[in-house]
Design a binder for this molecule. Structure first.
Ligand code: 2P0
Length: 347
């Protein structure tokens, strides 16, 4: 409330999402409009997540931001876009006669923490901006679809605004108004599906996604072909595989799309390598495992880093975990390769 000296506090958590049809490349850098649609699975809240607290007070002199306890530069253009858009919607709502929860001219202090390594290719910016936008919206009393605002923080963040299986439609408008996320199926749709995260390295990735995809758009013919001719069909096939809960079809598309994304990185000039030798070993292991059973029981997907995300069915988790632990035993510090367990709540 405007006349109160106590800060108005809002807290929220947002989970990471893992793309099974990958976003890589923008057609508009400022509005963050992609060259192709993408589709992801949002993890359960208890797994990899960001928690953000927003405080609004008339006593604050300026907007400020802390990430994992360290103060960061609030003037970052993408942060400013999100703040500006939320305040604009709040002003619009007030003009329409709706009271808001916090004073529009008041400054905000934002604290955000991840429960997983930041910028290690584990989609930290997705959860981070989704959470930031949602908590700012709560603080200023803004409602409705906010994925278009989260998108302006980080492209993949728009998909973390919804749970379950989520599509980010690339849209065709120049102003980006139709480039938004929407749920394809709710999280209750496929309860047997499980996600494991194999952490090959928690280090920061050498090439950030934003600059990596810029170079790819400028130099990779494979990426152009992928965006124009491969992804549109795959989006339909993936939606259908999810709707039917057809694991082999879902898994094959997931692995092929991850592979084509990394092939586009290699086709970028100079080339970008996100996969490590450990990632390659995981890829081989998954194919050997599936071949052994004569059916596709497990799928892998890799983002802008060497960590593997494994999709499988609940019934195969114990055995596959054993297989991974056999080939990748815990290191001298007792650090296990497999993170994100227990996965019972995933998806
Ligand atoms: C994705 N990635 O679809 C793909 C797959 C990484 C590989 O979205 O520049 O952090 O902030 O829009 O969203 C990572 O890119 O990039 C990403 P920006 P973002 O999940």
């Amino acid at each position: 409330p405007e006349d109160n000296d106590n800060p108005y506090l809002v807290s929220c958590s947002a989970p990471v999402n893992i793309a099974v049809i990958k976003y890589w490349g923008k057609r508009d850098e400022d509005l963050i409009l992609p060259i192709n649609s993408s589709l992801s699975v949002t993890l359960h809240q208890d797994q990899l997540k960001t928690t953000t607290t927003v405080a609004v007070s008339r006593l604050f002199k300026e907007d400020r931001l802390w990430l994992n306890g360290k103060e960061e530069d609030i003037t970052h253009p993408r942060l400013q876009s999100c703040l500006r858009e939320i305040r604009r919607l709040a002003r619009k709502r007030r003009n329409d006669g709706n009271p808001d929860s916090a004073g529009l001219s008041h400054k905000v202090h934002i604290c955000s923490v991840n429960n997983f390594p930041t910028a290690a290719g584990l989609a930290s910016s997705a959860a981070g901006f989704a959470c930031l936008v949602y908590s700012l919206a709560q603080a200023f009393g803004v409602e409705g679809d906010l994925s278009g605002i989260a998108r302006q923080g980080s492209g993949s963040a728009c998909r973390s605004m919804y749970g379950g299986f989520v599509e980010w439609k690339m849209g065709s408008r120049e102003d980006g108004k139709d480039s938004v996320a929407q749920q394809v199926e709710p999280e209750s749709h496929w309860p047997e599906l499980r996600i494991l995260v194999l952490v090959a390295s928690a280090k920061r990735k050498p090439i950030g996604s934003t600059s990596g995809m810029q170079t790819s758009v400028q130099t990779s013919l494979l990426l152009k072909h992928r965006a124009e001719s491969v992804v549109p069909r795959r989006m339909d096939e993936m939606t259908e595989a999810i709707r039917r809960k057809d694991f082999p079809a879902f898994a094959e598309l997931t692995m092929k799309d991850s592979n084509q994304f990394h092939a586009s990185c290699l086709d970028t000039y100079p080339p970008i390598f996100y996969l490590s030798s450990v990632s390659q070993q995981v890829i081989h292991l998954v194919h050997r495992y599936n071949r052994h059973y004569g059916e596709t029981r497990v799928a892998y997907s890799f983002d802008a880093g060497p960590n593997a995300v494994i999709f499988t069915s609940q019934q195969h988790v114990p055995e596959f975990v054993q297989v991974v632990q056999h080939f990748f035993p815990p290191d001298a510090n007792g650090e296990d390769f497999i993170k994100g367990l227990p996965v019972t709540d995933a998806v």
